[in-house]
Design a binder for this molecule. Structure first.
Ligand code: MN
Length: 734
């Protein structure tokens, strides 16, 4: 009986979730949409009926919630809802793509297929670059695949609590490396900051909780300040008779955490904890811009602006569609306050990104921003020349970076990723201009080809038809387009020169009565080249000793490679058992005592007993890193198959190296002496090294010492912080 009640309860829970979802959909749904959504819902309920999530709740609540995020938080329509409801059925249940195609049509089936493939990405141990490629290929097929995937990932991140720790870390790492930047690029700012916040919560729970707590404690004070700040503005704004609303809200937890870490300041010293936003409700089009500048004028009449901090994305939107006017002013008590000014339409784009942008397509001057971006994604994917690592690099510089704007002599604007060079500019104008680029002038002054573009530069290219690319050019460009054009030009060149080598080889083999076609690939391997072209070229320039061919066996006019020595994939180096030389470490790796392995503590992050850690297996052996090591996210997402779980078993008497950054007021020898006596005499710890430099009454020092564990480390930090004239003590992140 009890079980029956539970089933009934769950049924109600599921129906409530579904009704909630329907509420988020616009009322302008057609009857057909409604029926299809209902059909998808029923199919998913049925297909997932026997599954549960790790948390124990019925599985179907997950797809329903993903669908809700799609409509409510990303602004997608009925097709996306249907796909979201079905996104896990092919992967996890007996339903096939063919059935989905039959019931919901090809569009839905294609999207669900894309989502299923992306699921593989998440579980597999593929190199990161391959994962990126997969995500991006689906992106260019139908952006909705990636948007629904974002919603899926968001819900998984929100409910990550019931997963085992090592899975949490991997998912968090992948989220911050792939999905957060992608969300940013698609203008989904809210989702991006939530991704970053949730990743921080998993990687550095202490810091995360500390910030949450302090934000709560200081809320009343902050609200009061915001109110006082806003009041004089509202008097003036009421005059202009454009409806508006003002909000003041704290910045994201991860951005506050970043400030604490990069600027090495405590929470209390971060001034711009929040931003004030003024949103005007005006007719779409020209009036929006006018209203924004009118508000800007009022704000800067009331408060003194810092001119360098003015950012005008109203005149020139960001290439992810973001439009807004940002200014920083000096508020009450000399505090810096960032004020963001935008229209309701701009705000919707800022909040919902891509989907909202589509809705307004044609309203403003920016209809092509995503098209242009998707084109550049396509271009990058089609470039077959580069290797995976380079692809990743291109991906990061070309697709995620902010832009720089430069102009041709005629005044045409060219948008390139920040960091792009004058040579990139040449290639973006036309491939031939790039190929034959001789010299480059910025504002009529000659600059090197590797000159980094600045916003507003006017650039002219001088060409010469005898000029052609060389290897060095590859180092002078950052855009995927320029790189792939240069590379294919070099390849052409190689091919031409290789012809000579090819003929030499043909003659040689003919003399030896060996069949060319049957043997050439054997020779490529024998000499250790990647492909035939490289071999031919090396022969042309005399880098290959053709006499060595005689060492090979010949069978039926065919060259045979000697049996290769057995090459093994690298193994985890295991030391002989009963090796007593290694002391008991109190460390478990992959559940086994660490003594089983040859390992060392990574000196990029210097883990100490008590830190959250993981083990990373590389060619050089096994290294223990801290979870918040700056290298960790990259290692975990790219090489997850090389990661082993590591944990401290118990406290030991081992000493660990740790490094502290100390800063404060330089009062002569006093402060250094206070520091060293406190550490060595009062705390009784060994100092390994101490570097200090002072300037203008301020000092900064790096101290390396030995501690037993994180508890002791905390005591050290607290004690040193309390010393006179010491203003900050932090542990080095790496
Ligand atoms: Mn899912």
């Amino acid at each position: 009986m009890e079980e029956l009640i539970d089933i009934e309860k769950e049924r109600q829970l599921i129906q409530r979730a579904y009704r909630n979802l329907l509420k988020t959909l616009k009322s302008d749904l057609t009857n057909d949409d409604r029926t299809q959504i209902r059909l998808a819902y029923e199919l998913a309920v049925d297909a997932h009926s026997k599954q549960r999530r790790k948390s124990g709740e019925p599985y179907i609540l997950h797809p329903i919630e993903v669908a809700r995020i799609c409509t409510e938080e990303i602004g997608l329509g009925p097709t996306a809802v249907i796909c979201a409801l079905l996104h896990d059925v092919v992967e996890d249940t007996d339903i096939t793509l063919a059935e989905i195609n039959e019931k919901f049509g090809l569009r839905v089936a294609t999207i669900v297929d894309g989502l299923t493939k992306l699921d593989g990405v998440y579980d597999s141990d593929n190199p990161q670059a391959e994962n990126f490629k997969k995500v991006l290929s689906t992106l260019v097929d139908d952006v909705r695949v990636v948007l629904i995937k974002m919603a899926d990932r968001l819900h998984n991140m929100r409910t990550l609590g019931s997963m085992p720790r090592h899975k949490q870390l991997k998912i968090a790492a992948e989220t911050s490396v792939i999905y957060a930047p992608l969300a940013h690029r698609l203008g989904l700012y809210n989702i991006k900051s939530e991704f970053q916040d949730l990743s921080l919560k998993i990687n550095e729970p202490e810091l995360y909780n500390e910030i949450i707590e302090k934000l709560t404690v200081t809320k009343a004070e902050r609200d009061r300040y915001i109110n006082d700040f806003i009041k004089p503005l509202t008097y003036e704004l009421d005059e202009i008779e454009v409806p508006y609303r003002i909000t003041g809200r704290p910045k994201s937890i991860s951005s506050i955490a970043n400030k604490i870490k990069t600027k090495q300041v405590p929470f209390e010293e971060i001034y711009d904890l929040f931003a004030v936003r003024i949103i005007v409700d005006t007719e779409e089009g020209r009036k929006e811009k006018l209203a924004c500048w009118q508000v800007y004028s009022i704000v800067t009449d009331v408060y003194k602006p810092i001119p360098e901090r003015l950012k005008d994305w109203v005149t020139t939107p960001k290439s992810n569609g973001y439009e807004s006017l940002h200014t920083t002013v000096i508020g009450i008590g000399g505090k810096y306050v960032e004020v963001q000014i935008r229209s309701e339409r701009m705000d919707e784009i800022a909040e919902r990104g891509f989907a909202a942008h589509w809705k307004y397509k044609g309203v403003s001057n920016q209809q092509d921003v995503y098209d242009a971006w998707l084109d550049s994604v396509r271009e990058l994917l089609e470039d077959q020349n580069g290797d995976a690592i380079e692809f990743l690099q291109d991906f990061k510089t070309n697709l995620f970076n902010e832009e720089v704007y430069a102009y041709t002599p005629k005044g045409d604007m060219i948008i390139l990723p920040k960091g792009a060079t004058a040579l990139d500019f040449a290639f973006s104008i036309h491939t031939d201009v790039g190929y034959h680029c001789m010299a480059i002038k910025v504002e009529n002054k000659l600059v090197p080809m590797s000159y980094k573009l600045q916003n507003g530069d006017q650039i002219s290219i001088i060409t010469n038809k005898n000029q052609k690319p060389n290897e060095d050019w590859l180092k002078m460009v950052v855009t995927g387009k320029a790189r792939s054009k240069i590379r294919s030009a070099l390849k052409e060149d190689l091919k031409k020169q290789g012809l000579i080598g090819k003929e030499m080889l043909e003659r040689k083999l003919e003399n030896m009565k060996i069949d060319f076609d049957e043997s050439v690939d054997t020779l490529v391997k024998f000499y250790g080249f990647q492909n035939r072209l490289d071999l031919y070229y090396a022969i042309t320039i005399n880098q290959v000793d053709l006499l060595l061919i005689k060492q090979l066996k010949v069978d039926n006019k065919k060259l045979i490679l000697p049996e290769p020595e057995h090459v093994t994939d690298f193994n985890i180096p295991v030391s002989p058992k009963n090796n007593l030389a290694i002391s008991k470490a109190g460390l478990l790796i992959g559940g086994d005592p660490a003594e089983k392995y040859q390992y060392s503590l990574a000196n990029c992050c210097n883990p100490v007993q008590g830190d959250d850690i993981f083990a990373y297996v590389s060619m050089g052996g096994m290294k223990i890193h801290r979870n918040n090591c700056p290298n960790a996210a990259n290692l975990m997402s790219s090489y997850s198959h090389r990661i082993l779980k590591a944990e401290w078993e118990n406290k030991t008497n081992n000493n660990f190296v740790t490094e502290l950054m100390i800063s404060g007021i330089d009062d002569g020898p006093g402060v250094i002496e206070r520091l060293t006596t406190t550490i060595s005499s009062n705390l009784g710890l060994n100092i390994r090294s101490f570097n200090i430099k002072g300037e203008g009454g301020y000092f900064e020092g790096k101290i390396s010492l030995m501690v037993l564990n994180t508890d002791q480390l905390q005591v050290v930090i607290r004690t040193l912080k309390a010393l006179k004239n010491v203003s900050n003590v932090t542990r080095m992140e790496g």
